[in-house]
Design a binder for this molecule. Structure first.
Ligand SMILES: [Zn+2]
Length: 66
């Protein structure tokens, strides 16, 4: 459990752009959101990862990026 004190995760929004297509649930506009995750251990960044997700701006539904 002590790991929780030493490890830290930081999320950083890299880009947010609107893409073509509508949400299947509410027919709202969807955006391609890129987020960078930075994992830190004892305040040193050890790992970085990027994820890209298609997210509905109205209801927040997540879709797999194309
Ligand atoms: Zn939606």
């Amino acid at each position: 459990m002590f790991c929780c004190f030493l490890c830290d995760e930081q999320r950083q929004l890299v880009s947010n752009r609107r893409v073509d297509g509508l949400c299947n649930r509410c027919a709202g506009t969807v955006s391609d959101v890129r987020v960078q995750y930075i994992f830190r251990f004892c305040f040193f960044p050890v790992c970085r990862s990027h994820t890209s997700r298609i997210i509905c701006s109205r209801c927040g539904a997540h879709y797999k990026s194309r």
